[in-house]
Design a binder for this molecule. Structure first.
Ligand SMILES: C[S@@+](CC[C@H](N)C(=O)[O-])C[C@H]1O[C@@H](n2cnc3c(N)ncnc32)[C@H](O)[C@@H]1O
Length: 359
């Protein structure tokens, strides 16, 4: 397997060092991870052009920043609630750490179990929703970890697989469940059975879609003729209903909104944040990568509310200690991708990393 390597040009010196390696041929994932370990030791990160990889599944975003935050090392134990293609977990393992990882997508578990099989003495993949992390971890005898990673949303593999129904670009069943074993509603169920007001709310709240009313009305009229079954049927209707403005496909926000609703993404995020802090020992790190403003706002407010040492109210003579204070924030503003990362992986464009350290 030939992997082209793009240097993460954080500074000219590092760029020079890495450009010497351009075009290196690697025979296995093991070699790739060795190189990543080395890249990390050098203080920079080598980014693989994943589209040249035979087994492309998902490119980990903000990988260097996640490693900086979690500081993986031998003897440390992490929980990765969003295994996906195992990109971040592979890096934690390559740096000597133990990882318990979970994903609600059984396909992801199978893929990662295979890919990271050589770490079986330090890696435990589990199927499940991260909102149940306390149960998942306690069932395997773990009551504390050194770090929790959540890299929210869907993987590139899920988006690219037409059969999963996440993409308006590919025709497939209108499904969108990350957990295909769940008996929860699919996107088609929502589109075909939700009331007009419910659809408007979903599109407004989860998609911040300005044409929510127009689109919801068009859906309700159309489903009288024939229920929606395919992604293309919904995408085409939205395209006909609203005019394209800007670069985005007019169905972008509605598809995002349906995905959030189908997977109860904001509900499970609220649950997991609390649970994650409970599972961290002193100095433990919570790292969360979000991809849209609704998630980021929730993470920001949660972390801030737990990081204020004092709270104040107008009616109090002076600020009082905050009973919820339990984390410090190494940085208040979220960290985003470098221009080089966006060039190499356009899906990193809207990624934001927030980190909290347990006091
Ligand atoms: C962005 S990908 C993670 C990619 C991964 N960090 C990597 O480097 O390959 C998100 C993954 O999290 C999973 N996921 C999203 N929400 C989840 C939840 N509530 N519980 C469990 N898994 C979830 C998705 O199924 C998907 O596989």
């Amino acid at each position: 397997m030939i992997i082209s390597i793009k240097p993460w040009l954080e500074n000219a010196e590092a760029g020079q060092r890495d450009s010497d390696r351009e075009g290196l041929a690697l025979s296995s994932d093991a070699e790739m991870e060795e190189l990543l370990k080395e890249g990390d030791r050098l203080g920079d990160l080598i980014c693989f052009d994943s589209y040249n990889r035979m087994d492309f599944y998902h490119e980990p975003v903000l990988a260097k920043e996640v490693l900086d935050a979690l500081q993986p090392a031998e003897g440390k134990q992490f929980y990765d609630g969003t295994l996906g293609g195992g990109g971040h977990t592979g890096l934690l393992l390559a740096n000597g750490a133990h990882v318990i990882g979970s994903d609600q997508d059984q396909e992801a578990i199978e893929y990662v179990s295979n890919k990271l099989a050589r770490y079986e003495d330090r890696f435990l993949p589990l199927h499940g929703n991260f909102c149940e992390m306390d149960r998942l971890l306690s069932e395997v005898g773990i009551d504390q970890v050194d770090g929790v990673l959540l890299d929210l949303g869907v993987s590139s593999h899920q988006l690219d697989e037409a059969g999963r129904g996440f993409s308006f670009m590919k025709d497939g069943p209108l499904d969108m469940r990350m957990d295909q074993n769940s008996d929860g509603p699919t996107a088609a169920d929502l589109v075909n059975t939700a009331s007009l007001d419910e659809l408007i709310n979903i599109f407004r709240e989860y998609g911040e879609e300005r044409s929510a009313v127009k689109i919801a009305k068009a859906i309700v009229a159309e489903r009288e003729n024939k229920p929606f079954e395919r992604t293309s049927e919904l995408a085409n209707l939205i395209e006909k209903t609203v005019h394209k403005t800007g670069k985005k496909h007019p169905a972008t926000k509605v598809f995002q909104a349906l995905r959030i609703a189908v997977n109860n993404e904001l509900g499970v995020l609220e649950e997991v944040l609390e649970k994650a802090l409970k599972m961290l020992g002193p100095g433990g790190v919570l790292a969360v990568i979000t991809f849209h403003s609704l998630e980021d706002r929730m993470v920001k407010q949660f972390m801030r509310s737990r990081s204020e040492k004092y709270v104040d109210r107008p009616e109090w003579p002076e600020p009082r200690p905050n009973p919820d204070y339990e984390v410090d924030l190494p940085f208040r503003k979220p960290v985003g991708p470098t221009d080089d990362e966006v060039d190499a992986n356009v899906r990193s464009r809207s990624a934001k990393l927030r980190v909290a350290t347990k006091v």
